[in-house]
Design a protein around this ligand. Structure first.
Ligand SMILES: [Zn+2]
Length: 358
């Protein structure tokens, strides 16, 4: 099998092919003068084989699947691979050719996975799901509905013991002295420094990372983004305060819960596939812009995750700003970790959020 770096999207496989150091024409995607991998010559020089095997070996041909395996989930290997992973960059027919050639040379993979439809039996195996999937046999959407309409505090729809180590991998320290900003729409006089802190417990309104009655200080890494986030209009007055961390804070970085490649960790690839789908949904919910018209109930799923971070002893959660993906937000559970060092009132000049000090 001869393929090239451009047959793949995955950064790990691309790096493994480039490492071999041959250039040439790819017979599969027809790219010229590109990094080539030839399984006959290069198998011992790089780990492409190991990476591909770890994915292909999870698929079982139709004849080996349980009788009750859902019909609509049985697909040809190329379609299943394109649906399940972000590894290949080619069309379905290019993936088919690459995989068929690869499997025909393999001693370990069954040829049947390229001639029959395939599936992954564990995806519908309740005992496997119970032990390996964040959502067990359910889904993030079912969990959200349950949280919203049935029970906020107790749930059999989520496996926290599986979620915990995945979240802990995103732990990050934001060092003391890091500056953040918070803005509030004000009048011409502006708010006092004291009024720029988070509202105290009991009167705190609900937000992305806190329930009603739980004080939480929302801070942003960039001054202009914080003004966008409060949806100030032209000719509004806004007070912007600068906060500086007075100690290192330990937060979960919820903007990095989705992995870039399945090959970074040696974990079970089926569990990875299952949980990655859930993590992507959690991340999408965190990044979803909320408007003033949205119901407080829309915050429940992300409140649930950030409550869990609080329960695990973290100082806060970090996530990408929905208004500017180069800025990030921190929801700090304990506002004593920072000092308000400066505050000033501004007049919003126009909708580009140019600001004039007043
Ligand atoms: Zn190619």
């Amino acid at each position: 099998m001869i393929c090239c770096i451009d047959c793949f999207r995955d950064t790990e496989i691309r790096a493994a092919i480039e490492m071999v150091g041959h250039r040439g024409i790819c017979p599969i995607c027809k790219k010229e003068n590109t990094w080539i991998y030839d399984s006959e010559r290069d198998a011992d020089k790089t780990n492409v084989e190991e990476l591909l095997d770890s994915i292909l070996e999870i698929y079982v041909p139709e004849s080996g699947l349980p009788a009750l395996y859902p019909e609509e989930e049985k697909l040809l290997i190329e379609d299943r691979l394109l649906k399940d992973w972000n590894i290949f960059s080619g069309s379905s027919s290019e993936v088919k050719r690459l995989v068929s050639e690869y499997v025909s040379e393999s001693f370990e993979l069954s040829l049947k996975i390229t001639t029959e439809r395939v599936g992954i039996p564990q995806l519908f195996d309740e005992s496997y799901l119970k032990d390996n999937s964040i959502m067990g046999k359910y889904s993030w959407d079912i969990f959200k509905k349950y949280l919203r309409n049935e029970n906020r505090f107790h749930s059999k729809y989520i496996n926290l013991e599986i979620l915990e180590p995945i979240l802990r991998e995103t732990e990050t320290i934001v060092p003391a002295n890091t500056k953040f900003y918070r803005a509030r729409v004000s009048d011409q006089k502006g708010y006092s420094r004291k009024e720029m802190w988070a509202p105290p417990d009991d009167i705190a309104s609900p937000g992305r990372a806190n329930s009603k009655g739980q004080s939480c200080l929302y801070l942003c890494s960039h001054k202009k983004t914080t003004v966008k986030e409060i949806r100030a209009h032209a000719f509004d007055y806004v007070t912007i305060a600068t906060f500086k961390l007075n100690r290192d804070v330990r937060v979960l970085d919820l903007s990095s819960i989705v992995h870039i490649s399945p090959f970074y960790s040696g974990s079970d690839k089926v569990a990875y596939l299952l949980n990655e789908t859930t993590l992507r949904q959690i991340q999408n919910d965190l990044a979803k812009p909320m408007s003033r018209l949205d119901s407080d109930l829309d915050y429940l799923p992300t409140q649930y995750i950030s409550d869990f971070a609080k329960f695990l002893g973290y100082d806060g959660v970090k996530y990408i700003s929905t208004f500017d993906n180069t800025s990030y937000n921190i929801a700090l559970f304990k506002s004593s970790a920072c000092d308000c060092t400066y505050h000033r009132n501004f007049l919003i000049g126009d909708l580009d959020y140019k600001m004039t000090a007043v």
